[in-house]
Design a protein around this ligand. Sequence first.
Ligand code: KIV
Length: 296
Amino acid sequence: MKGAPFHPEPFTFNLPMATVTIAELLERKTRGEKIAMLTAYDYPVARVLDEAGIDVVLVGDSLGMVVLGYETTTPVTMEEMLHHAKAARRGVTRALLVGDMPFLSFRSTLEESVRNAGRFAQEAGCDAVKVEWKPGIEDVAQAIVRAGIPVMGHVGLTPQTAAGEGGFGMRGKDAESAARIISQAIALAEVGCFAMVLECLPDVVAQEITQRLAIPTIGIGSGPFCDGQVLVTYDLIGLFERFRPRFVKRYADVAGTIRQAAGSYITEVRTGVFPGKEQTSSMPSEELTKLKQALG
Ligand code: KIV
């Protein structure tokens, strides 16, 4: 309106802020209410999980194995993660969205680690990032937290380096390694991580960490005593079939459903059943007559 003062709309990239906040997750721990987290790598799955009421959506670097078909998560790049995190962002309006920092994104300098964490926040609109434990990770996590980006830690089995650490089995099964992992979790919490993924630990070790940390623990293959649980969605829905870890519970057989649907489609195309009348549009007969005349 002419002469009216100009009040620009706040620039939000069209993305609503998460309504599940970090403060809310901390309160859940205090109240003893469990946190449910799942992975997503694209718009439709992120959207469905969000609508289903998931608390945290992780754009995990499991992307490399379950979507991109790599043998491990090690080859996953920042560009691949950002591409998928942006898509997931468009589907998530309520849950907290966490971007998983891939293998080489936080292993050189602190500056580069902060820059890469910043890309998840700025370019993909993630609410937080996750880092797997490695020697010196406390400094990295602290630098990212100081830059204003919330960090989720990840201890126990750390898939990015698992191959060089004796494979993908359980961690912390003996007293010495359990004590080491407990101090890693405490160190990450002390530098300001807001939550901690505990992967493939004995239930009692996860329980010990959960009791010692003021921040929520999110278990995967670490038993029921964590403050929350996470699974790779493609495992849970039965879409990733290459292997199934013992800790995975399958809630659906999506690969089977796709196979069945594709099989029916193939048969119907070959037999001429598809497309049928309902999927076909016609032309008014007078227009068809005109067309034929025009074509001669
Ligand atoms: O990459 C991933 O999906 C993860 C979860 C399994 C915790 O790190």
